[in-house]
Ligand binder design. Structure first.
Ligand SMILES: NC(=O)c1ccc[n+]([C@@H]2O[C@H](COP(=O)([O-])OP(=O)(O)OC[C@H]3O[C@@H](n4cnc5c(N)ncnc54)[C@H](OP(=O)(O)O)[C@@H]3O)[C@@H](O)[C@H]2O)c1
Length: 283
């Protein structure tokens, strides 16, 4: 990864932090994206200590906010001329319905529109850095996802897991559509499921959720963030997947995702709606 510039979102914790660390260890110049300066700086210092790398930068952004994503993309463009690998990883689960500053349902705003918008705002830089890779962290939960275009904001009913599953299905529809649109460009686009990982995931949902996740960690149910990051690192860096695009991976193996995730007409419609919701159709 020497000479490669890599951006990892959600690099302050969990899978993203380990992904950033291991790509830095392999020689990449890693741009870590975090929403909190304090947690971001702490993670950067930890990674520096673990790897000895000095090619680490921190950019701050709330990836549920469209203005913040635009600022992040602008700042990145000011500072770097290339982006060889973009790892869209920052995501969360919200038990109760919340809205982003743009008045959009939070899970959809962060987990799907965050990936969609940041990628599109940096796509020309990625295309100027070929061979380049985009890696989207999805989830096996996508299998329970149903995309209801009449209720994308889930205002009528809100079931946290269902809405999370929908956002992870959207990650796959986006991955496959972007791979089709990027064919022949030298940019590959793949998605993955990291496994059940005892990270900070879901701990934003109150004391009971924190207890369950902490218990899972103590009892070693599930994977460590180190194990959970393996497929992200593989897709971002391994020569074995150079040129592989439009695929979904579990444990470093390309596998099939749900039938719904291959629906090309849904993928196009989601793309169009996402462009409208983010103002990207205006350029
Ligand atoms: N854990 C699992 O079992 C599991 C399973 C399948 C898929 N996944 C997926 O894996 C990805 C990483 O999850 P994880 O397990 O590593 O969770 P995590 O430990 O909670 O880490 C999530 C990262 O995303 C960041 N983030 C959250 N909201 C953000 C926002 N509004 N703006 C910017 N950054 C934000 C967090 O920042 P802070 O440090 O500031 O909170 C953190 O760095 C997610 O996309 C998740 O859906 C996880």
């Amino acid at each position: 990864m020497q000479g490669k510039i890599v951006m990892v979102t959600g690099a302050s914790a969990g899978i993203g932090k380990i992904t950033a660390q291991e790509l830095a260890r392999r020689g990449a110049h890693v741009v870590m994206v975090a929403r909190s300066r304090e947690r971001g700086e702490e993670a950067l210092a930890e990674i520096q200590k673990a790897t000895g790398s000095h090619q680490l930068d921190l950019l701050l952004a709330d990836l549920s906010s469209q203005e913040s994503i635009r600022q992040l993309a602008a700042e990145f463009r000011n500072r770097y001329s290339h982006l060889h690998v973009l790892v869209n990883n920052a995501g969360a689960f919200f038990m109760k319905r919340q809205e982003s500053v743009d008045r959009l349902e939070m899970t959809f705003a962060l987990n799907h529109l965050g990936y969609f918008m940041l990628t599109n705002l940096l796509l020309d830089v990625v295309k100027a850095s070929t061979p380049a890779r985009i890696v989207n962290v999805s989830s096996m939960a996508h299998q329970q996802g149903r995309l209801d275009f009449t209720n994308l904001q889930n205002k009528k009913s809100y079931r946290g897991f269902q809405v999370y599953a929908q956002s992870k299905l959207a990650n796959l529809l986006f991955t496959y559509e972007l791979a089709r649109r990027s064919e022949g460009s030298g940019v590959t686009v793949n998605a993955l499921h990291p496994g059940f990982v005892t990270s900070n995931f879901a701990k934003n949902n109150g004391a009971a959720a924190r207890l369950v996740m902490n218990l899972a960690g103590w009892l070693r149910v599930g994977r460590t963030p180190e194990q959970g990051a393996e497929t992200s690192i593989y897709l971002a860096s391994s020569p074995e997947v150079a040129g592989v695009t439009g695929r979904y991976f579990i444990d470093k193996n390309a596998v099939h995702s749900s039938k719904a995730s291959y629906n090309e007409s849904d993928a196009r419609q989601l793309w169009q709606i996402s462009e409208q919701l983010t103002g990207l159709e205006k350029g």
